[in-house]
Design a protein around this ligand. Structure first.
Ligand SMILES: Nc1ncnc2c1ncn2[C@@H]1O[C@H](COP(=O)(O)OP(=O)(O)OP(=O)(O)O)[C@@H](O)[C@H]1O
Ligand SMILES: [Mg+2]
Length: 284
């Protein structure tokens, strides 16, 4: 598939998203004049093929709204989301290839997977939603390959989501995203609900998948420590705005914005982090 002329897979250009009127006490600084709430303002970022870009910021800074705009679930007031340089419409207006290209992995796998469905049915549903991604011939073999890809045993296929551990559920969510052969994973707090040791396993899996499937990722987290482990580049959001963006080493090694410095101060394990970006990615 074609990449943007400058090697950019995904570009978010000058994105602005507002939500309806809020009570006065709920709209401090970010409120527009008419009372609409500006959740995302002039946000631009790009993701190259094979690249992992981290998007960090405190709760309410607009990270999920950016993610939802990328997959077409939120309609921007202005600005654009481009894939291979082509502007994307809302989800319903996207071509099948555009819909398949960017897949989301959510924070809480237990609520994003139907608890009563078997893993086999969950994957099959993804193939039915996008028939162009369904494997020709034997789906069972394809299902088992997919599970193997995310480090799950074939026997997991028979289990219902509510019989699995949190880490297994997140692997199933990732398998469901991979089933339609995306080019970009938008991981929204994808490891935030997991124990630290399971977090590390899932981060390693994502890095592996990037290499094996040439996947790009937008990796969203409020946790700078996690983003530091996986991202090649980082964009820092605060109150709807990207306040700083650059290579992970630069942003963490010599942060330019006061807000980034405060995030770093709140993550003491990252002191001196500038020299060791993407440590999972580099197999450290
Ligand atoms: N559908 C909506 N309607 C109204 N306001 C919304 C809606 N979605 C998000 N917001 C508001 O927009 C702001 C940004 O929300 P968003 O969920 O994008 O932040 P976030 O950075 O993902 O936060 P968190 O780290 O808690 O997930 C918040 O103030 C939120 O309350
Ligand atoms: Mg969020």
């Amino acid at each position: 598939m074609r990449e943007g002329v400058d090697g950019t897979l995904l570009e978010v250009r000058d994105l602005r998203v507002t939500f309806g009127q809020r009570a006065a006490w709920l709209r401090p600084r970010a409120a527009g004049r008419s009372g609409e709430f500006v959740a995302v303002d002039s946000v631009s970022l790009s993701v190259a093929p094979d690249e992992i870009v981290g998007l960090v910021g405190e709760s309410g800074s607009g990270k999920t709204t950016v993610a939802r705009a990328i997959v077409g679930l939120v309609r921007p007031d202005s600005g654009a989301v481009l894939l291979d340089g082509v502007p994307l419409g809302p989800a319903g207006r996207r071509t099948t290839a555009q819909q398949r290209a960017a897949q989301m992995v959510f924070q809480d796998p237990r609520s994003s997977l139907s608890p009563r469905m078997t893993v086999a049915a969950i994957i099959d549903e993804a193939w039915r939603t996008h028939p162009s991604s369904a494997p020709p011939g034997d789906r069972t073999a394809a299902l088992h390959r997919l599970l193997d890809d995310v480090g799950l045993d074939a026997s997991v296929a028979r289990h219902r989501a509510d019989e699995l551990s949190g880490g297994q559920c997140q692997r199933v969510s990732i398998a469901r995203a991979l089933a339609v052969r995306p080019r970009l994973l938008v991981c929204d707090e994808a490891v935030s609900a997991l124990d630290v040791s399971v977090q590390a396993q899932i981060l390693r899996l994502l890095v592996d998948l990037r290499e094996r499937h040439h996947l790009a990722m937008l990796f969203i987290s409020h946790d700078l420590g996690v983003v530091h482990q996986i991202a090649d580049r980082i964009a820092v959001m605060r109150r709807g705005v990207v306040v700083e963006e650059g290579r992970t080493t630069e942003v963490l090694g010599s942060p330019r914005h006061e807000y980034t410095r405060s995030l770093l101060d709140a993550a003491p394990e990252l002191s001196g982090a500038g020299s060791q970006d993407g440590e999972v990615a580099r197999g450290a």
